[in-house]
Design a protein around this ligand. Structure first.
Ligand SMILES: C[S@@+](CC[C@H](N)C(=O)[O-])C[C@H]1O[C@@H](n2cnc3c(N)ncnc32)[C@H](O)[C@@H]1O
Length: 271
């Protein structure tokens, strides 16, 4: 099944925006992409990152969001009409494995929660980014890298994390070198003399707005709901007690709740 044609996936992505937006904004701004520059957001989804990048390069810059899902591109285009971004954003359907551009056309290329975060070969996708970016331009891949969402239940959280869903997108049969967090090495393997990495923290502090509450509830579901077959019965019962919004012990009902998650950015200049 193509999960990106699934409206639940789209809904989860939409719900996650209030949570991810501030930390991704900090990460993208730290790249200091020049005002007026031109770049591409590969695997742009609903275009949240594309819109942030468009703000950074300003109205004299240009950002293209590329995704292979027609549904996502259609939604991303709808958002442009409601914002001031018409001038510098466009969206294009396409495959990241074979980008629809010539060599050296962009000043930079970014990818959020896609390259290194999907089953596709990281080296192939990175080579495509490099191909379309001018020498001296920036390549940056950013992905969700960890979370601590169940304060007070470290053992429960560790057990839930020790499951296929918990370690996603890493898979137990994967070579360690395929892990997103080894992305610096991947850049060096495809010809970069050096690559940087930095991790950014997103704090989740009660009182939670309704949209952050929805985002974290949906995140907990996405992360661990499929772990039932992978954990002991007692672990599953505790998960339901602590992680179900209907439960009186639902973790997000703690008035002083604090959790956090991290995004890691791996980046380099094209030699
Ligand atoms: C987890 S979503 C992230 C979307 C967006 N970057 C964000 O952060 O909200 C991954 C995206 O990669 C897209 N994608 C998956 N395979 C792709 C491919 N081969 N070429 C282009 N996009 C692809 C999916 O359609 C989806 O929109």
């Amino acid at each position: 099944m193509d999960i990106t044609s699934n409206s639940e996936y789209l809904q989860n992505l939409l719900w996650s925006e209030p949570l991810r937006k501030p930390v991704l904004q900090t990460a993208l701004r730290s790249l200091t992409l020049p005002e007026g520059s031109t770049g591409v957001d590969v695997g742009c989804g609903l275009g949240m990152g594309t819109r942030m990048l468009a703000d950074i390069v300003g109205s004299t810059g240009k950002v293209i969001g590329l995704d292979y899902s027609p549904l996502f591109i259609e939604h991303a285009r709808r958002y442009i009409n409601h914002t001031a971004h018409e001038v510098n954003i466009s969206y294009q359907l396409g495959d990241a494995r074979q980008l629809p551009w010539d060599e050296n056309v962009f000043d930079w290329a970014c990818s959020i929660d896609f390259i290194g975060y999907s089953d596709l070969d990281i080296h192939l996708l990175l080579r495509e980014l490099v191909r379309v970016v001018k020498p001296g331009g920036i390549i940056a891949i950013i992905a969700w890298s960890s979370q601590l969402l169940l304060p007070g239940y470290p053992l429960l959280e560790a057990r839930l994390n020790a499951t296929p869903a918990g370690i996603a997108p890493f898979k137990s049969h994967m070579q360690p070198a395929q892990h997103f967090l080894r992305g610096r090495r991947s850049l060096i393997q495809i010809g970069f003399p050096w690559a940087e990495s930095q991790t950014f923290v997103g704090n989740i502090n009660a009182p939670l707005s309704q949209e952050v509450y929805n985002a974290v509830s949906s995140l907990i579901r996405m992360r661990w709901e499929d772990s039932k077959q992978e954990v002991d019965h007692e672990v599953w019962e505790e998960y339901q007690r602590v992680c179900s919004p209907e439960s009186p012990d639902f973790i997000l009902n703690i008035p002083e709740y604090h959790g956090f998650f991290t995004y890691t950015m791996i980046y380099a200049r094209v030699p």
